[in-house]
Design a protein around this ligand. Sequence first.
Ligand code: ACO
Length: 325
Amino acid sequence: MQNLKMMYTSHYAPDLVIKNDDLAQIMDTSDEWITQRTGIKQRHISLKENTSLLATRVAKQLLEKSGWDVESLDIIVVATMSPDAYTPATGAIVQGNIGATNAIAFDISAACSGYIYALSIVESMMKNLNFKRGLIIGSENLSKILDWKDRSTAVLFGDGAGGTLVELSDQEDSKILSSDLKTIGSKSEYLTAGETKTLETFPTNVPHNFKAFQMEGREVYSFATREVPKSILRAVKAAKIDLEEVDYFLLHQANARIIKQVAKKLKLDEDKFPINIDEYGNTSAASEPILFDELVQSGRIKRGMTIAISGFGGGLTVGTHIIRY
Ligand code: ACO
């Protein structure tokens, strides 16, 4: 039986750091409000580095770290809600940038659950198509789709990318133990970005315009605190382990209050729920792989540990993997 093993992790965030006080200079907000409601202190903002470039930087770091021949990659999937374009896929641009000529490449759109959904897709495709090596990247340039006059959303997000090299192996000691994915499309209007309009008349001279990011924050908050614990419990049950056996719960970094609430609902110590939202803000699909890499690099996550990775957000989508790292 072949299993998907998480081999190498990496992340990248643009150099420009915007602190809460910087935002207070340009909109009616304050460090106190943002910190108390979300836990965010700063975010990285991308200037002139589009989503594919952020992802390419991560891909190159991963290839360097692993020493893998780029031509040994069979599949590249980029999870993003802020792609360079409708087409080509950001993943295809990354494939071209790094010269991964043997890899198929495409994007998936599942907002802040993107990395979680991508991991399932890559695992299934690699097993079914007999692929050996894959690259999954969550990459977001959210600053380009935000309405910078809307304080209710502008203060929450940041840019960045995180990725993982995966390999199919015969080893039993390192693998995805279980996965749980759920979509609630009837609530899709709670979080939207880039909505497009059909033509009103033909021919038309109306220029293309796209709607900026919009969110019903309270609705998404209650969805997250209700659905994430359930998803974790379903995944833990499917993995046939006890909740207490999970060493760390890596949750999508949308709001520190949501993470603490999930820990409370599961009656677990908050220390098991690492937080880095203070540094990055909400980077959507990039948030889980950025956090994952930071914990691997710092040595907090070690081989043999059991971790839960959960995402939630636009769609509305939610999902959890239980991974024996
Ligand atoms: N600065 C100061 N005041 C603000 C700001 C701001 N940046 N934004 C809103 N306010 C004001 C509002 O106008 C409101 O004022 P009022 O009471 O006078 O009307 C007050 O603060 C409270 O606003 P709420 O929106 O009710 O604040 P809430 O406590 O719900 O916090 C937040 C908002 C942080 C967005 C929260 O609802 C949340 O985190 N929701 C979940 C978001 C999430 O999880 N997203 C994940 C998915 S993201 C994805 O998929 C891409």
